[in-house]
Design a binder for this molecule. Sequence first.
Ligand code: NDP
Length: 291
Amino acid sequence: MSDEGEEIMTAKIIDGRLVAKSIREELKGEVENLKKEGIEPGIAVVLVGENPASMVYVKNKGEACRSTGIYSEEHRLPEDTSESALLDLIERLNRDRRIHGILVQLPLPSHINKDKVLKAISPDKDVDGFHEINMGRLFTGQEGLVPCTPFGIIKLLEYYNIPVDGKFAVIVGRSNIVGKPVAMMLLQRNATIAMCHTRTANMKEICLMGDILIAAAGRPGMITGEMIKEGAVVIDVGINRLDNGKLAGDVDFESVSKRAAWITPVPGGVGPMTIAMLLYNTVKAAKLRNG
Ligand code: NDP
């Protein structure tokens, strides 16, 4: 409380841009070393259709790869591309020695079966970590490629030396790409976990138990200060476009930052980490293939 009796912000900022930059710098050096051994990590990014957000993501991913020294090629296919044509391309990329990572930008047009497409990617080139084999590896504690956003969250916690072991982590959202994998990663690091979703009763009470709270629901501002344990670590995965064009997270930054010890902003928190970990996975895939 300040002298006027007003609550002031206490949370320290977890700076995703800073951490992502440091990871990218490290990878750049690693790529240079790999090139000296004749290995050039390479990624193929596949985009079907002209979804404006997807086009921006694909462009950013390509630029990030190139700036790290990773070979990157983009395959832009028209919206009416058939499922079998897409599967043929993936098969070709699976065999392409130059390519270590294949990323199919989601969402795909509705006439294409997303699960079938993700399953067609070789698990060894699955730099998004969405293949069921890599998911299975994650769930059974085996080495594999893990999804970028959850992995980025773990790297943020590590960078700031935020302890996970023995902590109670609450995850809001149970998607296959964020909620479930991040829960598994935290569990492996000896956190006790609770997962919330739309059918959870007593959400507020559960959130209040969280030493670590991860919000990945896609609901702007749904996590408010009164749901936060004093001194908690709050990670906001949400990226929501508001009517006024601004980006908002799932966390109400103003009220939550008065109670939390650590908080990620949106933008500039988890977002930059996703691309950094994509680069990380591509380099890892190249290293794994070359022993
Ligand atoms: P999904 O829509 O696939 O999943 C959302 C999850 O949140 C579901 O499990 C849903 O529950 C749960 N949920 C939704 N509303 C509520 C609510 N009111 N109370 C409790 N639980 C709720 O989303 P994603 O996991 O793909 O993404 C989540 C957010 O993270 C989005 O804003 C997305 O844009 C962002 N994102 C950000 C990334 C980044 O790079 N920073 C990367 C990926 C996603 P139920 O299962 O019951 O429906």
